[in-house]
Ligand binder design. Structure first.
Ligand code: FES
Ligand code: FE2
Length: 449
């Protein structure tokens, strides 16, 4: 019997709500909100290194207005914007050999927020020392790594080790830092990484032809903070297994953008980008990343500003409205949802399972932190770097008579993922070799069966 509720009939525009409601637990990231507190337990990139210079720069991260600079000694300062004396903005401060001096009355601060000098005061040394002891400029620890500046903005006693991913150690890979800004909530941008189906539609003609094929989709949840979304596609006699990866709260990788189309054999090719989606505030975010170029990543010819924009979102970023309509990229898809998407008005289906899984886990981590349990940090499975899985594998696996191809694709997916997971007991190049030789053995079996 047809459903005749007003919301479920033809021309139901008048009956349906114009707006839903955002999921505040996911979308709000100011200090004191559950997600804001969770995010503050991790290192995040906050700037490109080249933007940390002698001139103080304004940056906004997790709803906080901050000032970034590099002093004469080469140390990076990431400090609260407002001077603790009478609140002048340090964006107009003077960066010195050590730290920064406020423009208004010359208070001088070190990069860790310590007051070095309060000039022009008749008070005794003791009184000045007391002010220095009781007053600080808010500052955050930073770590500069391969052209990106990372910061930790959480409780000082809980600072985690700076995580070292295996993506940093791939031989002959050139890593070029970039950033891409989005005028919408960070979750909208993060969602895309565990949504492998969207590439078959949004990116149908933007990367390589193979992306336009709808495949079989599978999702894996591992270690409580790692989510993988795989797309397995048939390209003639080959099967292409692409693995997109999210490590909570916001680290993302996938396979290559341009060097894989499923026609060429590839065993555990690595991610085109290593990337974090960092909230600026609740209605803006920035993807900070490295584009990865080399035999295991994307071709060096794409190591240009435009190449990285295309890698990030399928198309160059600054385009006319008609160009954006003609061929929308990720920016158009995610910003078009509005500044903060109405999660309670969504209708998730099977291909959104990865999104549902990771959002649920993210909310759980928030609730656990609220009860005093700190979130798990990305950790090494052995003594080496932290394993990552974003990759492309293309093996020859011709269709078989008497076996539905969807069944075959699912089986290849399962076997390829098992081979990749079995490499967990090794690290670095040894892991790579182990995975590649297991995939080779699998492929021999696919060819001969
Ligand atoms: S407001 Fe900064 S020194 Fe006075
Ligand atoms: Fe995309």
């Amino acid at each position: 019997m047809p459903d005749t509720t007003p919301e479920n009939r033809e021309f139901a525009g008048y009956c349906l709500p114009l707006r839903g409601e955002s999921d505040k637990l996911l979308s709000e990231t100011d200090r004191g909100t559950p997600m804001g507190d969770l995010l503050r337990r991790f290192w995040h990139p906050v700037s490109l290194s080249r933007d940390a210079g002698k001139k103080p720069g304004l940056v906004r991260v997790l709803g906080e207005d901050l000032v970034l600079f590099r002093d004469g000694g080469g140390n990076i300062g990431l400090v609260h914007k407002q001077c603790p004396h009478r609140r002048a903005s340090l964006e107009f401060g003077r960066v010195s050999e050590r730290g920064i001096r406020c423009c208004y009355h010359g208070w001088h601060f070190d990069t860790d927020g310590t007051i070095l000098d309060i000039p022009g005061q008749p008070a005794s040394v003791e009184t000045l020392d007391k002010v220095k002891q009781n007053c600080r400029l808010g500052a955050y620890p930073t770590c500069e790594f391969r052209g990106l500046v990372f910061a930790y903005m959480g409780p000082p006693a809980e600072i985690p080790e700076f995580p070292h991913y295996d993506a940093y150690d791939i031989p002959d890979m050139v890593m070029s830092p970039y950033m891409a800004e989005f005028s919408c909530n960070w979750i909208q941008v993060l969602d895309a990484i565990v949504d492998p189906l969207h590439t078959a539609f949004l990116h149908e003609r933007q990367f390589t032809e193979g992306f336009g094929t709808v495949g079989e989709y599978e999702f894996y949840e591992r270690d409580k903070i790692r989510f993988l979304g795989t797309a397995t596609r048939r390209v003639k006699d080959n099967v292409w297994v692409r693995v997109n990866e999210l490590i909570l709260p916001n680290f993302t990788q996938s396979g290559a953008a341009f060097s894989t189309d499923g026609t060429q054999r590839r065993l555990f090719g690595r991610s085109a980008f290593t990337r974090w989606v960092v909230p600026v505030d609740d209605v803006r975010c920035i993807a900070y990343a490295w584009g990865n170029f080399g035999e295991r990543g994307d071709p060096h010819v794409f190591n240009t500003p435009e190449g990285m924009e295309r890698m990030e979102q399928g198309e160059p970023i600054n385009r006319s409205y008609s160009e954006r309509q003609e061929s929308p990229g990720d920016v158009e898809a995610v910003e078009g949802m509005g500044r903060i998407s109405d999660h309670f008005a969504e209708h998730l289906v099977a291909s959104d399972r990865g999104i549902a899984l990771y959002r649920r886990r993210l909310k759980k981590l928030c609730r656990e932190l609220d009860k005093g349990k700190p979130p798990p940090q990305p950790a090494s499975l052995n003594s080496g770097a932290i394993h990552t899985y974003g990759s492309d594998t293309v093996v020859e696996a011709p269709a078989r008579a008497g076996l539905a191809d969807t069944e075959l694709l699912r089986s290849v997916n399962e076997q390829v993922m098992t081979a990749i997971f079995n490499g967990d007991r090794y690290s670095g190049e040894r892991r790579d070799q182990h995975i590649c030789s297991s995939l080779q053995t699998l492929e021999n079996g696919f060819r001969n069966s």
